[in-house]
Design a protein around this ligand. Structure first.
Ligand SMILES: [Zn+2]
Length: 480
């Protein structure tokens, strides 16, 4: 007898959408198929979609700004995640100036214990470069941190690495079988443009985007891609925001080089007009929100399979924190909430509405969504086969989703600590009915059934696996 059987759902597996049952034994998926045997507990998923637990590969749980921390730490950030169907998040270590990289990793890992509602992986932020840091790379990879992130900007915060440093780190990371992640903006150019805006008194939010234009991103993508290519290290570009940056990635790929690309819902759904409003400063993020043309180019890239991963860069600051600098974009902390709305927004736009040329409500759209929200991040960050897909033997991380209700997003309905939501009032399709983490029901009917400590650290394995190839869409079956 199984512990749990989810009956008669539309189950999104890597090999296609299966109409049938999903059985769980202990923490893992025991079987997927039709007419499975009895379970101690059974749930009826007729008319529902059974979707793999989302892997948000880019969250910041308690990110330090100059004067304060972002409002979602491990506990509230992962609570927000689990309500959004995200069962694994990948957070970043925070390296103090000169701190040993392994020490920063162990500190972060210890900070997860007993607090997380979902499973948590860790990327290693390298903000303080040294030979000693390089020497720690193999140890970190062995301990399950296989991805190393660098910033080509934020020199003013002491976080920016120079080209020689990135090159040497890429060499060490590639050698150890890891992946280099890069925040791509030319820090010197951004600093120059920021100072010029300040000198002209142009510090209102509406000047933010022009202080970090698309050229600033594209230059850095090109440079880091070049360095990684020279060092023979795989590269993952975080939060790609521009058509121009995408063009650079295409060019490298066209020459046979693998570059992985991530973008975020805010770069698909919001544009720089947000900076014009009274609340413009709330939307200060780095890179900034872009033009409608950028949004459309990135949405098309998602649907063409050119974007490997959709993640959120979840780093919420409260209205008070965002407003502390009186709307001056040069002193406003960058970041916004996102982890809880990731699945619902992207399902609504890509699957229900068929944005970017997808067929609305088709199995092919659902499979694409599962790849970019779960399977690809799990593969790239070494979390497969446990995470990322509904298949026999994998962790029983999934959500049961009713695709039919229509409602508007409201901050009051969300579960993080932020007192605002960048997607307030957006119409969304569907409702997450329940969420399971390793076989345990953690959310049902809008209520939390799990507890802090349900989630644990999940180590990444070496040698990131290539993103999944699209499953052959058998026939275009339209969901009802
Ligand atoms: Zn980030």
């Amino acid at each position: 007898m199984y512990d749990l059987v989810v009956r008669s759902g539309r189950i999104v597996t890597p090999d296609g959408v299966v109409m049938g049952d999903l059985a769980v034994r202990g923490e893992t998926i025991a079987e997927i198929g039709q007419g499975l045997g009895a379970g101690k507990e059974e749930i009826d998923a007729t008319g529902r979609i059974v979707f793999p637990g989302v892997v948000d590969a880019h969250v910041h749980l308690g990110v330090p700004s100059k004067d304060f921390f972002s409002v979602d730490g491990v506990e509230t950030g992962t609570r927000s995640a689990v309500f959004g169907g995200v069962t694994t998040v990948i957070d970043f270590t925070v390296q103090e100036p000169g701190e040993d990289l392994v020490a920063s990793f162990e500190r972060r890992r210890a900070g997860i214990e007993g607090k997380a509602h979902v499973d948590v992986g860790l990327h290693v932020n390298v903000t303080s470069f040294s030979q000693a840091a390089l020497d720690r790379v193999p140890t970190l990879v062995k301990r399950g941190a296989t991805s190393f992130k660098v910033f080509t900007a934020y020199g003013e915060a002491g976080m920016q690495l120079g080209d020689a440093e990135i090159l040497r780190l890429a060499d060490a990371v590639g050698e150890a079988g890891g992946l280099l992640m890069a925040h791509c903006e030319n820090g010197e150019a951004a600093a120059f443009l920021r100072e010029r805006a300040k000198a002209a008194g142009n510090t209102a939010a509406r000047f933010h985007e022009a202080s970090r234009p698309d050229l600033v991103e594209a230059e850095a993508v090109h440079r880091v891609a070049t360095l990684c290519r020279l060092a023979d290290c795989p590269l993952y570009v975080v939060h790609l925001s521009t058509a121009r940056g995408l063009e650079v990635i295409r060019r490298f790929r066209g020459e046979g080089w693998t570059i992985h690309a991530e973008t975020c819902p805010q770069y698909l759904l919001l544009d720089r007009e947000r900076y014009e409003g009274e609340d413009g400063h709330l939307y200060v993020v780095h890179p900034p929100l872009r033009t409608a043309a950028d949004r459309h180019a990135l949405t098309a890239a998602v649907t063409e399979g050119e974007i490997d991963v959709l993640a959120t860069d979840h780093a919420p600051f409260s209205r008070a924190q965002k407003g502390a600098a009186g709307g001056d974009f040069t002193r406003t902390p960058g970041g916004m909430p996102g982890v809880e709305t990731l699945f619902l927004l992207t399902f609504s736009r890509l699957v229900a509405l068929g944005d970017g040329g997808l067929t609305p409500r088709s199995n092919a759209s659902l499979l694409l969504l599962a790849r970019i929200l779960a399977e690809n991040p799990a593969r790239l960050f070494g979390l497969v086969p446990a995470k990322g897909a509904l298949r026999k033997g994998a962790d029983a991380d999934f959500l049961v989703f009713d695709p039919n209700p229509i409602r508007r997003l409201r901050t009051a309905d969300l579960h993080g600590a932020a007192d605002w939501c960048p997607f307030e009032d957006f119409e969304v399709r569907g409702e997450i009915r329940s969420v399971y983490l390793r076989g345990k029901r953690v959310v049902e009917g809008g209520q939390l059934h799990g507890a802090p400590g349900d989630g644990r650290f999940v180590p990444g394995r070496t040698v990131p696996e290539a993103p999944a190839a699209p499953a052959e869409p058998a026939e275009e079956e339209v969901a009802d």
